[in-house]
Design a binder for this molecule. Structure first.
Ligand code: ZN
Length: 449
């Protein structure tokens, strides 16, 4: 019952007409992070870049780490990133306060032999579906290729082409029943983008990636490259209170968690004296998190263990630290859709602009328990942030996130939270301007515990 009696419910959401300048600035900065992060590899690098600009130093996983009280560091593993700040008084029994999110988004990934040719002289690119995107939302958009290539000498290059491709929808004259029968897209035949015209011999998708990296296409040994929408994020609607962007799932939480960490750990901040503050952004959430850099892998555990070892913790002390640590796992959730309100639980209707949501599921699709719910409600109340609950309609399967996966692996108490959005897994999702800002403030309050 803890979640239903949250003291934070006394905080009323603000009206759209009085959206604070700070909230507008927050989502403008979110839009900048999204623009810099067309792939999980770019997102991890952008998080590290921002942390380094704030005074964090980068650690390499294959080097010895000089970690000591007062230190602030960031480490990247493929498309995942962990940044952490140690208080000056950190010792072998100092607990961790972790904010977790994911860096990947649903969409499409470039296949081997990526250059294909279609009827009519079209140059096309071979792509496979990544996760569970709303396929129709990817039609008729200017898309780019983005990710990493690795050359034969082992060097990794982040690459992005800028607007280059498009998955064109069939004209209504050739699909007369589409508005009555619904649009059905074959995941293979109907999703292959076009990107040029001409004779087949001249087409080479990889050459465009090589050109961006400044390398000879013949030296490309491997690549992890996705399609990304290129339309910039923007505020719109009455009072400019709505915000549309690609990849809100889950760069919204990645940005909020990083922003909260940088604020809470900034020199002179009185926050966070009591615990080691950690932001963790994981790749591969949209495909189940089972990878060497995903939340089901060892990345976070290894970083926490290395920090504890640097502080001289024994195995017994590390177990005590984990027992007192907290993980706030954040991902987007579903705001009530006005055209489909019946898809929600009848009593729990998260509204856009109503503040972050606490996610609850009896079957542990979300890791929230009574203690976690109580901690979150206090954090929101302390920050002056309204909060709401999300629980699924029993007739519809519940989504999941990194929370239960990480909790299962580490045994650290975990609470699942997020921001209510519309159009989840669309190429362009929708949030209220105030909610990402509310979320970051609540996270900052968590870091101050
Ligand atoms: Zn997500």
């Amino acid at each position: 019952m803890t979640a239903q009696t949250s003291p934070a419910r006394s905080v009323d959401p603000i009206q759209p007409s009085v959206v604070p300048d700070a909230a507008r600035a927050h989502v403008a900065d979110l839009g900048a992070l999204v623009a810099a992060s067309p792939s999980s590899y770019h997102a991890a690098e952008e998080v590290a870049r921002r942390a380094e600009a704030a005074g964090f130093t980068r650690l390499a996983e294959d080097a010895a780490w000089a970690v000591a009280p007062g230190g602030r560091h960031v480490v990247v593993r493929d498309g995942s990133v962990i940044a952490f700040a140690l208080p000056d008084a950190a010792g072998p029994t100092t607990a961790f306060t972790i904010v977790g999110a994911h860096t990947d988004s649903t969409g499409f990934k470039l296949k081997p032999k990526p250059t294909t040719h279609g009827a009519g002289g079209w140059w096309q690119a071979g792509v496979e579906v990544y996760g569970g995107p709303l396929l129709n939302s990817w039609l008729d958009r200017e898309l780019e290729l983005a990710g990493r290539i690795v050359t034969h000498d082992g060097t990794e290059h982040l690459v992005r082409t800028g607007p280059m491709l498009r998955i064109p929808q069939l004209a209504i004259h050739l699909d007369r029943g589409v508005n009555d029968n619904g649009l059905t897209l074959d995941k293979q035949r109907h999703t292959q983008p076009v990107w040029g015209l001409g004779d087949a011999e001249s087409a080479d998708v990889l050459a465009a990636l090589a050109a961006d990296a400044g390398v000879d296409p013949a030296t490309i040994g491997g690549y992890d490259v996705v399609l990304a929408d290129t339309q910039p994020a923007r505020a719109f609607g009455a009072g400019q209170a709505l915000f549309a962007s690609a990849r809100l799932d889950n760069l919204l939480s990645t940005h909020a968690g990083l922003t909260a960490l940088l604020r809470a750990s900034s020199p002179g901040s009185t926050n966070g004296a009591g615990s080691i503050q950690v932001f963790a952004g994981f790749d591969h959430e949209e495909i189940g998190s089972a990878s060497r850099s995903g939340a089901a892998g060892p990345f976070l555990e290894e970083v926490l263990t290395r920090i504890s070892a640097a502080l001289g913790a024994t195995a017994d002390e590390r177990a005590r630290v984990f027992a007192r640590s907290l993980h706030v796992s954040s991902d987007v959730g579903h705001a009530v859709h006005p055209n489909y309100a019946e898809r929600h639980d009848p009593a729990n209707h998260p509204v856009a602009g109503g503040g972050p949501i606490l996610k609850i599921n009896a079957n542990q699709r979300y890791a929230t328990d009574a203690h976690g719910a109580a901690t979150w409600s206090v954090a929101c109340a302390t920050a002056g942030v309204p909060t709401q609950e999300f629980v699924s309609n029993n007739a519809l399967p519940c989504g999941s996130t990194i929370g239960p996966i990480s909790a299962t692996r580490l045994g650290i108490r975990t609470v699942d939270v997020g921001v209510p959005i519309l159009s989840m897994h669309s190429a362009r999702e929708l949030t209220a301007v105030v909610d990402p800002w509310y979320l970051a403030r609540a996270m900052e309050s968590v870091f101050a515990r």
